[in-house]
Ligand binder design. Structure first.
Ligand code: BT5
Length: 270
């Protein structure tokens, strides 16, 4: 059971997570957060659902959130950023906050650039940032986070194109969703204050999956093969091409796959 009263009382007085809007079932917490952000709901408002019927991933993909077993929530943020690219840093801090929160359960989770959290090489959580701009002024950013906690939250194989898992499978016992939610929000708050600093970049890079490994990046109708080197302040991935040239790849509709593993999405572009 999600216990919002207890959550509210444990969150820092002036930090993120206030007010809280709770839905037993909703289409997408990002969607309701966007509607409220348009109505000037302030930064920090938290939208949480026990179940999503139209949970979304990037570029129209779906995010599976059955009832009573997952965490699905969105925060309204209004950072002072000047360039659309800087928003990549929000995806970064969302993923980092999840990984950091999981350390409480002694899990060594990793971030699969740009927005997935892996436990033992399987996807256990995802981050979706959606923004609205007025010219070059950011109106709002919605930081959406989905975490598979109990076994029921893991999608059936036919729904996914990358292996999935959940937190409880790795911990080996029940994990209190309230406690995990609280830890993630607190961690988002801490890292939000460090957005676009080298401290955040370095902390993120330490948890980066496939570092020094060959990966295939797919997007914009092309594939790029390279070795993962690290990340930039704004969330872009540093990649070393077979020629030795170093490039950076922007967070966008791109997907990353390790090349030495035979995943279901063999087309690498699906
Ligand atoms: C993501 O997209 O990973 C971002 C997921 C963000 C979900 C949160 S929940 C709260 C908030 N409200 C929303 O509506 N969304 C946010 P992407 O990298 O595009 O990955 C989507 C892909 O992950 C799908 O195409 C499936 O293959 C796979 N997938 C879907 N549900 C999953 C799950 N529960 N666990 C693991 N993989 C999943």
């Amino acid at each position: 059971m999600l216990d919002l009263e207890s959550l509210q009382s444990k969150l820092p007085k002036h930090g993120l997570g206030k007010p809280i809007f709770y839905y037993e079932t909703v289409g997408s917490t990002n969607e309701v957060a966007i509607e409220d952000a348009r109505r000037n709901t302030p930064q920090g408002a938290l939208f949480i659902a026990d179940e999503q019927t139209a949970g979304r991933g990037r570029t129209g993909r779906k995010w599976y959130t059955p009832p009573k077993s997952a965490l699905a929530f969105s925060l309204i943020l209004r950072p002072q950023v000047k360039h659309a690219e800087s928003v990549g840093a929000l995806t970064v801090l969302g993923a980092l906050a999840i990984v950091e929160a999981l350390e409480h359960w002694k899990l060594d989770a990793e971030i699969k650039w740009p927005n997935d959290v892996l436990i033992a090489g399987r996807k256990a959580a995802g981050v979706l940032v959606e923004t609205s701009w007025m010219g070059d002024k950011l109106e709002y950013a919605i930081l959406g986070i989905g975490i598979n906690v109990g076994a029921a939250s893991v999608p059936p194989d036919e729904e996914i194109d990358f292996p999935a898992t959940c937190v409880e499978a790795a911990v080996g016992e029940r994990v209190d969703r309230n406690e995990l939610l609280l830890k993630v929000i607190k961690s988002v708050g801490r890292w939000y204050a460090e957005m676009q600093t080298d401290v955040l970049r370095a902390a993120w890079e330490r948890r980066l999956a496939f570092r020094e490994k060959q990966v295939m990046i797919t997007g914009w109708k092309k594939h790029i093969l390279g070795k993962v080197k690290g990340v930039e302040l704004d969330g872009r991935l540093q990649l070393v091409l077979p020629s030795g040239e170093q490039i950076v790849v922007a967070v966008g509709d791109v997907r990353l796959r390790p090349v030495d593993m035979n995943y279901k999405s063999t087309t690498l572009g699906a």
